[in-house]
Ligand binder design. Structure first.
Ligand code: PLP
Length: 467
């Protein structure tokens, strides 16, 4: 075994350049290059609190990403830190595999109480993909092996495990190397008639449709796609009529992101299973889960023989659980869902004003603090600035890449573009964001958009061409 092992101290003392080199060598060189192109490697984050990340050059950066929507309650919330600290000090049993954990029980009870009707039985796991995987599996178990079709929407992302990728329309358009599992059928998002057609096309005479499951996001997070009025209600009606399990993926939209506790709360329906993750661990734990209707759970896993048909080693360890209990209580005690709704409306109104001023903005959208700006697709115009490049993906990133790097390097604002739509600037700040901080973003964006876009992207291209 090598004696050159790095210690925690070594990691703490590493320079930014050393960290980037090791990241590129041992983790992901292309991702490392992208971070560099966006200017994110020019300084090192040393602390994060609330809506801000503090860097080693003394700068304070406003986080308008919430780290891909994880930090709804803000970075390092003091209540979560305290709960974890006290938990560790008590040296409680971390893993309750053989005893009923009162902490898990309390968390599950809280989840049951924030969901309507009989959405009362909870499964804990580590990630969004795992939550969806478990939900899909439960729906298949309920329907039986003959009903082997899962319907999903054309714009969707549910994770990157084999099953969840197979039902992720947005991802499979990009990921041509991947062969989806059989029986996964796509319908247009927001089109209830197309959904019923699929149910009927796969319905042998006098028997149930072969479709077991419909999985969908109530609001498609990337791009803030909302469905026509009454869509979810119609979907609920169809799923009831054809005995299809309705799974709503709230991994991104859950826990107040859209100005309601869950995005489906904008409608009046009760889904059969809801998956969640991201904010659930409070930004301190990798945590996810699903909640299912009691009758569905009983049908799938209710008997002693089936009790452990679905399980995982890592589900609901002590520090994850105490973090999640605090997250739900903080959202409630600090009235963060109301703030998401209020500040979301303000953000959208300011983005609309910005759109009037800048023709490069094609569209702005927002529901709560899930917002985005669509820029004019300037890929064709920009291609000539990337000599010898055959990479369409890179060229399509130039507009947003240039804007993101300018916002970060000149104005200390962190933003991002979603992985499946590079013409978008995605804005998903912590739900603790204030009006003044939104004003800072708008003023900065206004300044960046005044500069000619080819100039904004120059640095981005230059870094791409560097070895
Ligand atoms: N579902 C949605 C809507 C998501 O946005 C994501 C991740 O961004 C996932 C599922 C997958 O979650 P994870 O990356 O934790 O597996």
């Amino acid at each position: 075994m090598s004696t050159n092992l790095l210690t925690l101290k070594d990691a703490e003392n590493m320079t930014n350049k050393q960290a980037l080199d090791l990241f590129c060598e041992h983790i992901n060189p292309s991702l490392g290059k992208m971070m560099n192109m966006l200017g994110f490697t020019s300084k090192r984050p040393i602390m994060a609190e609330g809506t801000s990340i503090y860097f080693d050059d003394g700068s304070e950066v406003l986080d308008f990403t919430a780290q891909f929507g994880i930090m709804n309650v803000g970075h390092n919330h003091p209540r979560i830190l305290k709960a974890r600290d006290e938990w560790a000090k008590r040296k409680e049993l971390e893993i309750w595999k053989f005893f009923p954990s009162p902490y898990q029980a309390a968390l599950a009870k809280n989840i049951a109480s924030i969901f309507p009707d009989d959405l009362d039985v909870v499964f804990f796991c580590n990630s969004g993909a795992e939550a969806n995987e478990g939900a899909l599996k439960m729906a298949s178990k309920v329907a039986g092996p003959e009903r082997d079709i899962i319907v999903h929407t054309d714009i969707s992302f549910h994770g990157k495990t084999h099953a969840t990728l197979s039902v992720s329309g947005s991802e499979s358009k990009q990921n041509k190397h991947f062969k989806p599992l059989p029986g996964c059928v796509s319908v247009p998002f927001g089109d209830a008639e197309a959904l019923e057609m699929i149910f009927l096309e796969n319905k042998p005479k006098l028997r149930k449709t072969r479709v077991s499951t419909f999985i969908v996001e109530a609001i498609r997070a990337e791009g803030v796609h909302t469905s026509p009025d009454g869509y979810l209600e119609k979907v609920r009606e169809l799923c009831d009529k054809y005995s299809v399990t309705l799974i709503l993926d709230e991994v991104f939209t859950g826990f107040g992101r859209t100005g309601k506790m869950f995005a489906f709360n904008h409608s009046g329906i009760t889904p059969d299973i809801v998956s969640f993750s991201k904010t659930f661990g409070g930004g301190k734990a990798t945590f996810g889960g699903y909640v299912a209707r009691t009758k569905l759970f009983k049908k799938a896993y209710g008997s002693m023989d089936d009790a452990t048909l679905h399980s995982t080693t890592y589900n609901g360890y002590g520090e994850e659980i105490v973090s999640a209990i605090e997250v739900i209580n903080i959202l409630h005690d600090e009235d963060l869902i109301k703030n998401s709704e209020r500040q979301g409306k303000y953000l959208l109104s300011q983005l609309e004003k910005l759109k009037e001023k800048h023709s490069i903005i094609k569209e702005v959208k927002g529901v709560g603090l899930l917002a985005c700006i669509r820029f004019e697709n300037s890929a064709a115009k920009m291609a000539k600035y990337v000599p010898g490049s055959t990479s369409n993906i890179l060229v399509s990133k130039l507009t947003t890449g240039g804007i993101i790097s300018q916002l970060f390097e000149q104005y200390n604002i962190l933003t991002y573009t979603p992985p499946h739509d590079f013409d978008l600037l995605f804005l998903t700040p912590p739900l603790t964001i204030t009006q003044t901080q939104i004003d800072t973003l708008i003023e900065s964006l206004d300044s960046v958009l005044k500069i000619n876009i080819t100039k904004t992207s120059q640095k981005f291209v230059k870094r791409y061409l560097e070895k």
